[in-house]
Unconditional design. Structure first.
Length: 235
């Protein structure tokens, strides 16, 4: 049986889930973002982040900046990076006004700050970074494959192109982001992605790998009957 080489990073902002997932040997890192934190009710960004890092200091953890201003992003990046050697600073490839942030990303890379370039949708967006990136720090390119697929476009050719173009740069890793289903895990491996981010509910579906489909069909019917009885339905 083929070994899956793509590493799984857990994506979320629920503290208890993150700590529990850290005990799972298949989880090789963690990512989060301001939207997930807000959804989980996080009130203090720095306190929450440092609380996680007290428990997780030997796996990569990505925390995102939350500013449109280049100087402010630089300031936040330096602070976030100082939290630990395992910390990656997430910076979108462009800000909310559409300004390209490649030069800032390259500058931070040259200073030894680990960067997770997020919200990447096209090869053209990261071509400059791949061409000019130095070797002073690791850099992750997070391709939002799920959101690309939401537009009706197949993300695999885009991901494969970026993987192939960057393969000579040993400090660059490609990440399949915004996963929508567990099949994306196998797609990411097919594209030779180094990493995929999965939510907790998708991680729980890894157990279905190679499950007998006839048995799965039976169990699904059993679920429908069980839920109908619990609901007290009758005609």
């Amino acid at each position: 049986m083929k070994t899956i080489r793509t590493q799984i990073y857990a994506d979320g902002a629920d503290y208890e889930s993150i700590i529990n997932l850290n005990k799972n040997k298949i989880i090789r890192g963690f990512t989060t973002n301001p939207s997930l934190m807000r959804k989980s009710g996080v009130k203090n960004y720095q306190n929450f982040s440092k609380k996680i890092l007290k428990k997780i200091n030997n796996k990569p953890v990505s925390f995102e900046v939350f500013s449109d201003n280049v100087k402010e992003i630089l300031y936040q990046s330096n602070i976030i990076s100082s939290w630990g050697k395992n910390v990656f600073v997430k910076i979108p490839i462009q800000n909310s006004k559409g300004k390209d942030l490649s030069d800032l990303i390259l500058s931070l890379n040259s200073k030894g700050i680990k960067i997770n370039v997020t919200a990447v949708f096209t090869f053209e967006q990261v071509k400059k970074i791949i061409n000019k990136v130095g070797t002073k720090s690791e850099i992750i390119l997070s391709i939002f494959a799920g959101r690309i697929a939401d537009t009706g476009k197949d993300p695999e050719p885009i991901v494969k192109k970026i993987v192939n173009y960057s393969k000579s740069k040993k400090n660059i890793k490609i990440l399949w982001a915004s996963s929508r289903e567990i099949f994306n895990y196998y797609q990411a491996d097919r594209c030779k992605c180094h990493i995929i981010t999965l939510s907790n509910d998708l991680i729980n579906k890894i157990k279905y790998k190679n499950k007998n489909l006839k048995l799965f069909s039976k169990e699904t019917s059993q679920m429908f009957i069980k839920d109908a009885k619990k609901a007290g339905f009758n005609l």
